[in-house]
Design a protein around this ligand. Sequence first.
Ligand SMILES: Cc1ncc(COP(=O)(O)O)c(C=O)c1O
Length: 253
Amino acid sequence: MVINPNNPTGVLYPESVLKEIVEVAREHGLVILADEVYDKVLYDDVKHTALGSLSTDVLTLTFNSLSKSYRACGYRAGWLIVSGDKSAAEDYIEGLDMLANMKLCANVPGQWAIQTALGGYQSINDLVGEGGRLRKQRDLAYELISAIPGVTCVKPQAALYMFPRLDPKVYPIKDDRQFFLQLLEATRVMLVQGTGFNWHAPDHFRIVFLPYEHDLRDAIGRVAGFLEDYRNRHAAGTPAEEAAVTPLKKAAR
Ligand SMILES: Cc1ncc(COP(=O)(O)O)c(C=O)c1O
C-alpha cells in the first residue's frame, strides 16, 4: 500500500524509491495498491510519477477520486485503475467487479462528473501555483510551526499536510494521544498524534493546512502558546506528565 503524495507527511516519493517498491513487489509476487488521490496537489513544480506507469508486469491497483484535486469530496465519486499483468488476476478482478456492482451502491450522477473533471479546466493548478491559496497556506503553516522552539518539520511538497517533530528533550511526552487531547481541550485546535498513523514514537503530529491564512495564524498561535506553557512548566521542574494537565489560560485565550 503506497500513499503518494503522502498523508500525513506531505512528502512526494522520488521515482527511485517507487522503482524499488515495484522491484520488491515483483520479487515477492505482491499486488501494489497505490492511493494517488493527491497526485495534482503539488507545490514548487515537483512532478508526480504514477506507480502504475513504472511496470507492465506488476499487478497495480491505482486509486483516485474527485475529493482532493477537484475539491468535491461530497460527491463520493472515485475510481480504480487495474494495470500490469492481469492474466493471473481474473478471479480477483471479477471479485472487484462484483463488489462494485453489489455492495458499493455507486453514485452514478457523481461518476458523470469524473470525465468532465479530468478533461476540464484544472483549477487545482491555480491553488497550488505561486500566489495560490493552498501554496500560501502551506508556506505560512510551515513558517509558523518551524518558528516554535523544539519543533522541526520537513517542508511538504504535496498534499495538504505536514508532520512536525517535537524534540523529546524539549517535550518529553510519554503518551502523545493524551497530550493532543489535552491540547484540544485547552486550545480547541485538533491535531492528530503521530502514533495515530502508526509512527513508533510519541514525538510527531499532523497538521492540515487547509484552513484560510487567518484561521491558520490563530490556530497555530494557540498551539504555540500551549507548547510554550508546557516548556515553562517542564523547565520549572513539574513532572512531564503533569506539565500538560495544568490549566492553560494563555493558550485558551
Ligand atoms: C490518502 C487518502 N486517500 C483517500 C482519501 C479520501 O478519498 P475519498 O474522499 O475519495 O474517499 C483521503 C482523505 O483524507 C486520503 O488522505
